[in-house]
Write a protein that binds this ligand. Structure first.
Ligand SMILES: *Cc1c(COP(=O)(O)O)cnc(C)c1O
Length: 234
């Protein structure tokens, strides 16, 4: 068995165990395989092991990878999620080539994605990225500005607002992982109480997927634990 399919089994076992501990049905958690910096062969290997949803951070890298996979394996029906920072002049290819975007944090980007989503495709699934740890360098909307942004995005015709996403600050111990994840869940709950139909909490990476599932994650974004360490020099 290849190491990628072995790793996928191990991550799935972690998800199942975390769901059991949290008394949750494992079918309520989707594994998003974050394939940034890894080539088309790695994605194909994961896809052949049964993985469907892939996350990418860098637009050009993602488009090249998709084209290469389409050419060599047109039989593979993959779901692509954009999870990286978005420049406003790069929204069109994102609207054209992705099924989900997790990193929307301002109105201008949302408006452009809605305008540019091709008519023959279903509405683009959107998560709003929240700056949950209040770090100045991190992208994401501030919690105080989330309500107005969510209302605006929910009314854009070619977008389907699904939920929230966060990348919490690295915590020094397991206990400290929970607080920001819980805050994201509470923000999502309060938007629901205001009438928005949200079903997605995109949180949890290789190091904190157990805590994220305990706090209600419905999509965990896992890179390193599936594909290995990233080499950004390549
Ligand atoms: C790279 C990345 C991940 C995956 O992180 P790992 O620690 O490798 O699992 C998840 N989410 C986002 C937004 C990322 O950029």
């Amino acid at each position: 068995m290849s190491s990628i399919s072995h790793n996928l089994q191990a991550v799935t076992a972690r998800i199942d165990a975390a769901c059991r501990a949290a008394l949750r049905n494992p079918q309520t958690v989707t594994l998003l395989a974050v394939s940034k910096t890894f080539g088309p062969e790695a994605v194909i290997e994961a896809a052949d092991a049964g993985q469907r949803a892939f996350g990418e951070n860098y637009l050009q890298e993602a488009l090249d990878k998709m084209a290469s996979i389409r050419a060599s394996r047109p039989d593979l029906l993959l779901e692509w999620h954009f999870i990286g920072p978005i420049q406003s002049n790069k929204t069109r290819p994102i609207a054209e080539h992705f099924d989900w975007v997790h990193s929307v944090d301002r109105e201008k980007i949302a408006q452009r994605l809605s305008e540019q989503r091709p008519a023959h495709l279903p509405p683009l699934n959107i998560c709003l990225q929240v700056n949950i740890s209040g770090e100045e360098s991190k992208s994401g909307v501030a919690p105080e500005q989330l309500g107005p942004l969510a209302n605006t995005v929910s009314m854009l015709p070619r977008l389907a607002l699904r939920g929230l996403m966060a990348i919490p600050e690295a915590a020094e111990d397991m206990d400290k992982q929970h607080a920001p994840l819980r805050r994201l869940r509470q923000l999502c709950d309060s938007l629901r109480e205001q009438g928005l139909a949200l079903d997605t909490l995109s949180m949890g990476m290789s190091a904190d997927l157990e805590a994220a599932i305990a706090e209600g994650a419905t999509i965990v974004r896992i890179g390193t634990a599936i594909f290995g360490k990233r080499d950004y020099a390549k």
